[in-house]
Design a protein around this ligand. Structure first.
Ligand SMILES: Nc1ncnc2c1ncn2[C@@H]1O[C@H](COP(=O)(O)O)[C@@H](OP(=O)(O)O)[C@H]1O
Ligand SMILES: [Mg+2]
Ligand SMILES: [Mg+2]
Ligand SMILES: [Mg+2]
Length: 356
């Protein structure tokens, strides 16, 4: 008899637990961020004690909860810089953060040494690929937003035979109420959302402090004039001019909503806006941890995510996404219009760049 199809329920519960704990660690750091908490990586992007602490925690919780022999994790950070001279104080701070978060939760009777933390961080070095199961983690997506006190997410997905089968997005600063409509945003709005999705089972949102989950769905807007769109806050991450030309072409009237991280996918999954456009500068290669969890959160809520050529995102090629320019996300009704506008704006961009 054939084995029943995997339901991934146990894995999803472990992923929720891991991301919620990591969110707790990140929140405590964001409240009292010190100058010495922030380092610069070799590519000059920022990394903080919270990125490292979150990665160590998630890796530890998954291993403890699932006790599976073959554990593979594809994650953004590694311990290289932490092992260098002069990093002892940073490593001590990360170790304290991880241990404090574990003991505040009380579920695990664990106390980690500095070496344990380095090993936990480095268990994220897997190359992923088309076979078997691989967890995919961005311990803090939107580190620049995190540093500004804005949006960020802990993004955790699971690949099985190259496909994303579950995803969890913890967004500690995302309001529970819809965003993008300034008239209903107020300082009193409660924040902290946890999105979770399982293949074939839909997308749910709950508050990070433990409200019961409720099912969410993408916007069913058909007329682009009623749609609003999301893009990166950082102009260095996505071409704002290009998305503005696409939005104009398709008939969007509202100004872009610019927020950091995969919180964009979460907000889209619950219908806050109808479109997400991402067009990195030439030569940038997208990493799977920047999209795996977000992608299933939005597709299980009824959305579609493709590259600029309309191809589904392929997570089976290792640590990088192999795609034609850009990522576009919207509902099934708007996708054909949006794809046309994308193609036409990209053509104009090439024509205006080439010498006469
Ligand atoms: N030049 C660039 N172009 C596009 N994306 C970039 C980039 N430099 C960094 N990124 C990615 O953009 C992510 C944040 O996305 P967003 O702009 O939607 O907030 C970063 O994730 P991290 O913050 O995890 O490093 C990083 O992986
Ligand atoms: Mg990221
Ligand atoms: Mg990150
Ligand atoms: Mg980073």
């Amino acid at each position: 008899m054939a084995a029943p199809p995997a339901s991934y329920q146990k894995e999803l519960a472990a992923a929720r637990k891991a991301a919620s704990l990591a969110a707790r660690l990140c929140q405590s750091v964001q409240k009292s961020l010190l100058q010495s908490d922030v380092q610069s990586k070799a590519d000059r992007s920022p990394v903080t004690v919270a990125d490292y602490g979150s990665q160590a925690l998630v890796s530890l919780v998954l291993k403890t909860e699932l006790s599976s022999e073959s554990f593979s994790l594809v994650a953004e950070e590694d311990s290289g810089d932490l092992r260098k001279d002069g990093s002892q104080e940073t490593l001590r701070r990360i170790t304290n953060l991880v241990n404090d978060t574990l003991s505040s939760d009380g579920t695990y009777n664990l106390s980690l040494s500095e070496e344990d933390v380095l090993v936990a961080i480095d268990s994220g070095k897997s190359e992923g690929g088309p076979h078997g199961r691989h967890w995919v983690l961005d311990p803090i997506d939107g580190t620049k937003g995190f540093l500004r006190g804005d949006q960020y997410a802990i993004a955790l997905g699971l690949l099985d035979e190259g496909k994303v089968v579950l995803g969890v997005l913890a967004c500690p600063n995302l309001p529970l109420a819809p965003i993008g409509h300034s008239e209903i945003e107020s300082l009193a709005t409660k924040v902290g959302c946890l999105f979770s999705a399982r293949i074939g089972a839909g997308t749910y949102m709950q508050s990070l402090d433990g409200s019961p989950p409720s099912k969410v769905h993408v916007s069913n807007i058909e007329n682009p004039a009623d749609a609003s769109f999301f893009e990166s806050f950082e102009a260095a991450h996505s071409l704002h001019d290009l998305s503005s030309s696409i939005a104009t072409k398709v008939g969007v009237q509202a100004p872009p909503v610019r927020i950091d991280s995969q919180a964009k996918y979460g907000a889209l999954a619950r219908g806050d806006g109808a479109i997400y456009l991402r067009f990195p500068h030439k030569g940038y290669r997208e990493k799977i941890w920047d999209h795996a969890a977000g992608c299933i959160v939005v597709t299980e809520a009824g959305g579609i995510a493709t590259d600029a050529a309309g191809n589904a995102l392929d997570f089976s090629k290792g640590r990088y996404l192999d795609l034609d320019t850009g990522i576009i996300v919207t509902n099934a009704k708007l996708m054909p219009l949006l794809l046309n506008a994308v193609q036409s704006s990209l053509k104009e961009k090439v024509q205006s760049a080439s010498p006469l």
